[in-house]
Write a protein that binds this ligand. Structure first.
Ligand SMILES: C[S@@+](CC[C@H](N)C(=O)[O-])C[C@H]1O[C@@H](n2cnc3c(N)ncnc32)[C@H](O)[C@@H]1O
Length: 477
């Protein structure tokens, strides 16, 4: 037999789908005459195959079998005999068979080409991390993706002025107006929370006050902060009077030194018997007022409950000019009349020192009052009216004042925690500014000390300074 070669192009004749879905075995032939020989893979003759069925191909489910066509190489037909893997393996033809068979790397079959041509390709999707195709988002995220937030859309960035060399405010006068209006509304709401007759603001000063008190809150009682503990009720006591106290017997009242006589702080007015105020004698004193309390036998109309009954006068906050805001009343105020309590946060001396230092560094006003009337040790508390307080935090200093601050005890047992109350010491006409002496014990100085806060009260007897030293700007008694 003559030695010859042939090429089998499996790509043209194989049916790949057969590999996937095996069909009943079938035989077909291919004319290989026009093929070029490129590589040689020895195949086996059918006769050899039939005789050799001892081994099984580990790789192919089907094995091609060559069937020469009457020895005519040009018309050689290949019989393709698919065999299952379980069938015996067909070894390569022996070299002496004279035939060399080549197999080209398959190109797509006609069937595969048809399938490729008719295939529907996945559209060209530009994938992003937020692709709706794969990461469905909720309505809000969709709005964000479209930049559809109304507030953001309404901002006209190009309309916001940016003045180089002028660091703010960036809002123009027109734009700032609504902000001030909002602050005014907020201030009115805060003022409405104050108990008692109205506390108003002088009409022309509303905006200025609203801006300067935007972070200030009005309160109706002390705010006790960390480290401040009032004594318990068990240490408090009350009198055993009936309905209205008897000034000669009431145990709430203190006694004069070396005397059985009781110190009576209040008396009624000749003009108006319903009015109770400080006696002219008591106004000259620096004594503490001891009022009756809820443990007492008397009722709420007792004459010794002036502060407990609360503020009776209207108040108005107004701007004084160089001394900042001040306080006055549209009512006529009698000498001896209770005006209001001084309120604020009650803090420890340590905290007060820190706040005082910070305020002095900013050259900010001081609102600190030491509760050191009965004791003068490290344990004293301090009332700070800076962030929380009442309208009386606006009362300015005068070296010739019309008001005076008195200490008032209502629970009688607590030497560290008590009230600070403003009383008029002169008749005060409607609209006249309330003032009191921040340092009643300060001696007259020849000249203002260096570092002192200058006094601008304008009185003929002005001492010239509020506090001797900027670092100790705290009212004491
Ligand atoms: C308790 S505040 C009084 C209210 C303050 N004027 C305001 O606008 O909030 C005390 C501060 O008022 C100012 N002040 C009060 N009386 C003054 C006076 N006679 N002269 C100068 N400044 C005064 C000082 O800045 C002081 O630290």
């Amino acid at each position: 037999m003559t030695q010859s070669s042939m090429l089998i192009d499996l790509s043209q004749d194989s049916e790949p789908e057969d590999l996937i879905q095996p069909k009943p075995p079938r035989l077909f032939s291919a004319n290989l005459a026009h093929r070029e020989l490129s590589s040689t893979i020895p195949l086996k003759r059918k006769s050899d195959i039939d005789s050799d069925s001892s081994s099984v191909s580990p790789f192919n489910a089907f094995t091609p079998v060559l069937q020469p066509n009457n020895g005519n190489i040009n018309n050689t037909h290949v019989i393709f005999n698919p065999k299952r893997r379980s069938e015996p393996y067909t070894p390569s033809p022996a070299p002496e068979s004279g035939i060399e068979l080549s197999v080209v790397v398959p190109s797509p079959s006609a069937q595969l080409k048809r399938e490729i041509d008719s295939a529907e390709f996945i559209p060209d999707i530009k994938l992003t991390a937020l692709s709706q195709e794969f990461y469905p988002t909720d309505a809000l995220e969709k709005r964000a993706t479209r930049g559809a937030y109304p507030a953001a859309r309404s901002v006209k960035r190009e309309a916001i002025p940016f003045r180089i060399g002028n660091p703010g405010p960036f809002l123009t006068e027109k734009e700032r107006k609504p902000v001030v209006d909002t602050l005014c509304e907020s201030l009115k709401r805060k003022l409405a929370t104050i108990k008692g007759p109205p506390v108003t603001v002088s009409p022309g000063d509303m905006k200025r006050l609203a801006q300067s008190t935007s972070s200030f809150e009005f309160i109706n009682r002390y705010k006790l902060r960390d480290g401040v503990t009032p004594i318990g009720n068990e240490f408090s006591a009350g009198c055993s009077c009936n309905e209205i106290c008897d000034p000669a017997r009431c145990s709430c009242l203190t006694q004069e030194e070396n005397s059985e006589e009781r110190i009576i702080p209040y008396k009624t007015s000749k003009e108006d018997p319903r009015f109770w105020g400080l006696t002219p004698e008591f106004m000259q004193r620096t004594s503490m007022i001891y009022e009756c309390n809820s443990l007492c036998g008397c009722n709420e109309r007792c004459w010794n409950k002036v502060i407990t009954q609360g503020r009776k006068v209207k108040l108005e906050i107004f701007h004084t000019g160089k001394r900042g805001f001040g306080l006055r009343s549209p009512d006529f105020i009698r000498a001896g009349q209770f005006i209001d309590l001084y309120l604020g946060e009650v803090i420890t001396t340590k905290h007060a020192d820190e706040r005082e230092k910070a305020a002095a560094a900013r050259n900010a006003p001081s609102y600190l009052f030491s509760l050191d009337f009965l004791v003068n040790d490290d344990g004293i508390y301090v009332v700070d009216g800076c962030n929380f307080g009442g309208a009386t935090r606006f009362i300015n200093h005068s070296c010739n004042p019309n008001c005076k601050m008195f200490t008032v005890s209502r629970n009688h047992g607590d030497e560290y925690l008590y009230d600070l109350a403003f009383f008029a010491v002169k008749d005060i006409q409607p609209g006249m500014e309330f003032t009191f002496d921040y340092n009643p014990h300060m001696e007259q100085v020849d000249k203002v000390e260096p570092g002192a806060v200058p006094c601008l009260c304008g009185e003929p007897n002005c001492r010239g300074q509020l506090w001797a030293n900027k670092k100790k700007r705290r009212e004491r008694f």
